[in-house]
Design a protein around this ligand. Structure first.
Ligand code: HEC
Ligand code: HEC
Length: 211
């Protein structure tokens, strides 16, 4: 049983669990340094068609990028480029990006304010419970992703607020099936492997209701 989870400010202190997570990730932690927001804005112009103005998407098929930790964005773009995260659209979009362009784009999106355009009307009681408390073999999502889904910038843990239920459910299944194995996926795979389809749907409904 997890004990109560305290809300974590974006740049606040870490819990013991967070520090545990960080030890896994020492290598990824440098990934965001050296990006130019200005160059990133230029390089990201073509991305707005799907990911929205300044990375705030209105389309449930396309995840918002605004405010995501730079190291998370950089690791995902690198994974798409190198074929370690598979998606037909994004593998193509990332194919021509240099390491520097990836750092620039990551710096640009990380600096944008995340705005949640719309939230799902219905949440899920089961989903909220799992999110905040976890269960045996499933750590509370809030411990890493923040109680309101803001993520954790210094640790590079992505924000979840503003992601659609369909995208969240697909992502959880991809971790469960080992289709997302790059970046810091080792923190997600073991717990996603425990989740049933019903629990995934419940978590996705709860996350889509975060504003
Ligand atoms: C034609 C639509 C389209 C365009 C253009 C596009 N993307 Fe994407 N992007 C997607 C889709 C769809 C996904 C989700 C893919 C998946 O499930 O893996 C995605 C996912 C991502 C992710 C992962 C987000 C996360 O939360 O894990 C990043 C980062 C990203 N895109 C960056 C970019 C960048 C940078 C560009 C421009 C160079 C770009 N995208 C252009 C459709 C697009
Ligand atoms: C120990 C920390 C930790 C815990 C606990 C955790 N996550 Fe994650 N989560 C991460 C990290 C790190 C990533 C990014 C992994 C990567 O690089 O692909 C992530 C990624 C995700 C993503 C993909 C986001 C995107 O933009 O594509 C979703 C969805 C997600 N987590 C949901 C959950 C849910 C639901 C729970 C609870 C059942 C949970 N996480 C528990 C650390 C955690």
């Amino acid at each position: 049983m997890m004990t109560a989870v305290h809300p974590m400010p974006r740049r606040g202190r870490f819990t013991a669990g967070m520090l545990l997570g960080l030890t896994f990730l020492a290598g990824a932690a440098q990934a965001s340094e050296g990006g130019s927001i200005k160059a990133g804005r230029e390089a990201a112009q073509s991305c707005a068609a799907c990911h929205g103005d300044k990375g705030n998407s209105n389309n449930p098929a396309f995840p918002s990028l605004a405010g995501q930790p730079a190291k998370y964005i950089a690791s995902q773009l690198t994974a798409y480029r190198d074929g370690k995260r598979e998606n037909a659209i994004m593998n193509g979009q990332a194919a021509g990006l240099s390491d520097q362009q990836i750092q620039d784009i990551a710096a640009y999106y990380a600096a944008q304010e995340r705005k949640v355009a719309s939230t799902a009307a219905e949440g899920s009681v089961l989903g909220a419970d799992l999110y905040h408390q976890g269960r045996e073999n499933v750590a509370a999502c809030a411990a890493c992703h923040h109680s309101e889904g803001h993520g954790n910038q210094p640790a590079g843990f992505p924000a979840l607020r503003g992601l659609s239920a369909s995208y969240v459910a697909q992502s959880l299944k991809d971790y469960r099936d080992g289709k997302r194995a790059a970046g810091q996926a080792a923190l997600m795979t073991p717990l996603a492997a425990e989740l049933t389809d019903d629990e995934i749907d419940a978590l996705a409904a709860h996350i889509a209701s975060l504003d």
